[in-house]
Design a protein around this ligand. Structure first.
Ligand SMILES: [Zn+2]
Length: 315
């Protein structure tokens, strides 16, 4: 699995428009990495020759829009043949079905270009997790506090900033060889003490580390949240790029405060079993425009490779 992902990531795609559509300049160019996509994979795009305040990019297929991209102006600015280059980053949803899809670039209501891509098939594991009374309550009982905390997190993760902190591949927050107790995209069924069940998809990777293990930032960034949450315990969220966040859950102790700028490897706190946890572990998650993104792919290559994209655009 790992090898096939790496190979896919090595594929670079270069598209130059042959027949301009309405609203498109004849100099339109786009570069996409990678060319063949998998569920959970981040896709980066550089666009030149089409700019505007209302530029958008979405991943679409026959069923409609699968995901929206975060869109930003490269900083420092880059130009190709006199045209400013814009950046977009979108994650293929972990639930996306395989087959033909497209990256649809729009300016306002006008479709500027559709770039054909293919979404491959990916297998995910299944697991059943029996929750005790405490965890059943954490997961199944809605409280005003939980709603307020969920809304706050949603608002952070849907915010697209302008700062570029991380330019290299991410590193796991605990030693990479650590035993994993759950994987990205696992199809989960929780069983409650009441006998009821609930299905979910695991959004990140769980590392089975003992309480007190140092948890480190997976890339340069800025602390967007560092506090106790009822469902995820002591939690840290780091902003790395516009709309790109990493999340660390169930810790026993926090070592950073909101607003701190951290380097890759900086200690964020210690692991634990706070919040919804059946034992000590660290939950590590990455979001792009709110979409769950595979941390392993983000560890294999930069999530947005500016140099590789610009080189492709320059062709
Ligand atoms: Zn987890």
């Amino acid at each position: 699995m790992k090898k096939s992902i790496t190979n896919l990531c090595m594929l670079l795609c270069f598209i130059s428009s042959a027949s301009p559509l309405a609203g498109q300049t004849p100099h339109f160019k786009a570069a996409v990495i990678p060319a063949n996509l998998l569920p959970g994979e981040p896709v980066s795009v550089a666009i030149a020759g089409a700019s505007g305040k209302n530029m958008r990019l979405s991943l679409v297929n026959k069923q409609g829009r699968l995901a929206r991209a975060v869109f930003w102006m490269l900083s420092p600015r880059a130009f190709i043949e006199g045209n400013i280059v814009q950046a977009a980053l979108v994650t293929v949803p972990v639930t996306a079905s395989s087959g033909d899809a497209a990256l649809r670039i729009e300016n306002g209501d006008a479709v500027i270009k559709e770039i054909a891509v293919t979404i491959g098939t990916r297998e995910f594991a299944s697991e059943v997790i029996a929750l005790d009374e405490r965890n059943t309550e954490i997961r199944s009982v809605t409280t005003a506090k939980k709603i307020q905390q969920a809304n706050k997190l949603l608002s952070i993760l849907s915010h697209t900033g302008t700062d570029i902190y991380a330019t290299t591949a991410f590193v796991p927050p605990v030693p990479a060889h650590t035993r994993r107790t759950s994987f990205f995209g696992d199809r989960r069924v929780y069983t409650y003490t009441t006998g009821e069940t609930d299905a979910a998809i695991h959004a990140g990777i769980d590392y089975g580390v003992p309480t007190g293990t140092l948890v480190r930032s997976s890339a340069d960034g800025k602390v967007a949240l560092a506090e106790y949450r009822e469902v995820t315990g002591y939690s840290v969220v780091i902003e790395h790029l516009p709309g790109v966040y990493s999340l660390y859950y169930h810790m026993s102790k926090l070592a950073v405060k909101q607003g701190a700028v951290v380097k890759k490897g900086y200690v964020l706190g210690e692991s634990g079993a706070t919040g919804l946890a059946t034992g000590p572990h660290l939950h590590w998650e990455i979001r792009v425009a709110g979409e769950n993104t595979d941390p392993d792919i983000c560890s294999m290559r930069p999530i947005f490779d500016r140099d590789a994209l610009l080189a492709k655009l320059e062709g």
